[in-house]
Design a protein around this ligand. Structure first.
Ligand code: EPZ
Length: 433
């Protein structure tokens, strides 16, 4: 199995081009099930999770064509190869999302809303537990029930049916759920009448989905705010939309620059999607500048420990929590990191302590007492963001680090080692143990 080997200690210098957002691309791909006409998605990232979603959609009857565009062809500011994907679902060939795919990638559950809305039936495996928490899908199911779907749970599968058409409804989520909001939006787009989603997730990925649905002829307003209104239409048409830049990839490389006390320009991305992270970085003593064509992140010598608490957007993202912890392990003083979204998202802590980080977990909070110098170690993690936090610690640590279970990284970071190596990091992929 592959591993990433790092010799840490080099301040990163240079430019990193940010790709399209995994967590925006996945629901946009699922939206292709809503229409028999072609949906074209620009700025698609090339990631393992995108391949998994493509495999699932092909099983359901979606035809997928991909093309790579040369630098600047599609987006003049990109400066990198950008991929475009066209998805066309003439007929729904199957309504089943099997256990094997759903357990590998929970976002598979996003086919539920579109399938039941367009075809009147969906059979989707319940995802089961996950490395970061129990992550139930009860709120997705309740929202679909409110739209008129009949939900039965049989042999580990959710069977959703509706005899005719879903009906618009008022859905008030008791807690913010990104995937639940996305499933409800896609289902409501083809429902009869108006749907109002209250306490909707406000993540930029939701606004991107609203933009996509509208490009296909839907009538969605308020995407990206707490209240989304959707006037259902009878059919959706062809559409084209660009996937937004990946804010978590942006934040991860911003921390890579800071943790190595380097100077990196992040291009092809947007500052406004990461205010909470950049505010915390500034307070810690990192320089973050919103410049033409990107964001310049640089740090020198000592950083300060800063407390953060994860929250739904626009708060500090849970998907940046592990990376923040790695940075705080190199800062002066203590910092308290509180995780409020997932109940089991400190799996990186025992691995970070292998670098010499001083971290104590008390319930939903971790206290990090910064130490000036981490030292490299063989490590592995159980999920994507935890794994990348170990890469970040390895970049700052003295000596050699071997990060095992690279497949986690390949789910969400495109050409990770190439992007870091281009900024001077001593990093390579090797055949691991
Ligand atoms: C999305 O997951 C992201 N995934 C996650 O990114 C991200 O961590 C998460 O949002 C929070 O920002 C994708 O977009 C594909 P939620 P999602 O529904 O939609 C509870 C990464 O590393 N909940 O907003 O599954 C749930 O257990 C990943 O890229 C219910 O109780 O997250 C959690 O505690 C990991 N019932 C909270 O809500 C439900 O029906 C928020 O989950 C649904 C959710």
């Amino acid at each position: 199995m592959d591993a990433i080997r790092i010799h840490g200690g080099t301040p990163l210098q240079g430019e990193i081009v940010i790709g399209g957002a995994k967590n925006a691309a996945l629901p946009l791909m699922a939206a292709a099930l809503l229409s028999d006409e072609a949906l074209t998605l620009a700025n698609m990232p090339e990631l393992a999770d995108i391949s998994t979603m493509s495999n699932l959609l092909r099983q359901l009857g979606v035809r997928i064509d991909q093309s790579a565009l040369g630098a600047g062809e599609d987006d003049p500011s990109a400066g990198a190869t950008r991929r475009t994907m066209t998805l066309k679902t003439d007929n729904i060939a199957s309504v089943t999302a099997p256990y094997d795919l759903v357990r590998r990638m929970r976002a598979s559950v996003l086919v539920l809303g579109p399938l039941v809305a367009r075809h009147g039936e969906a059979k989707v495996s319940l995802p089961g537990g996950c490395a970061i928490g129990t992550r139930p899908v009860d709120l997705h199911l309740k929202a679909l029930e409110q739209l008129g779907a009949k939900i039965e749970l049989k042999q580990g599968y959710v069977h959703a049916t509706v005899p005719k058409r879903l009906k618009g409804a008022r859905i008030n989520f008791p807690m913010v759920t990104v995937g639940g909001t996305e499933n409800a939006m896609m289902a409501a787009a083809l429902a009869e009448g108006e749907t109002i989603i209250e306490n909707a997730a406000r993540e930029p990925e939701i606004a991107n989905l609203a933009e996509c649905l509208n490009a296909m002829g839907a009538q969605v307003s308020g995407g990206g705010t707490g209240t989304i209104k959707i006037k259902g239409v009878e059919r959706l048409n062809a559409g084209r939309v660009a996937v937004i830049p990946d804010r978590i990839e942006t934040g991860t490389y911003a921390i890579a620059a800071a943790i190595t006390r380097g100077n990196v320009k992040l291009s092809g991305t947007r500052y406004d999607m990461l205010d909470a992270v950049f505010d915390a970085m500034r307070q810690a003593g990192v320089s973050v500048e919103d410049v033409d064509g990107g964001i310049v992140v640089s740090a020198k010598d000592r950083l300060r420990g800063i407390d953060v608490m994860t929250e739904p957007f626009p708060g500090f993202p849970t998907d940046m929590q592990a990376q923040w912890m790695a940075l705080m392990a190199t800062a002066d003083g203590a910092s308290m990191i509180t995780e409020t979204i997932f109940e089991n998202r400190f799996m990186h802590v025992p691995e970070l302590t292998r670098f010499g980080a001083d971290v104590n977990v008390h319930g939903a909070s971790a206290i990090v007492r910064g130490s000036a110098q981490l030292s490299g170690a063989p490590v592995m993690a159980t999920d994507l963001r935890a794994s990348v936090s170990l890469v970040l610690a390895g970049l700052a640590a003295k000596g050699e680090t071997l990060v095992n279970r690279v497949y986690h990284l390949d789910r969400g970071y495109e050409r990770l080692e190439q992007k870091l190596a281009a900024c001077g990091a001593d990093i390579e992929r090797v055949g691991g143990s």
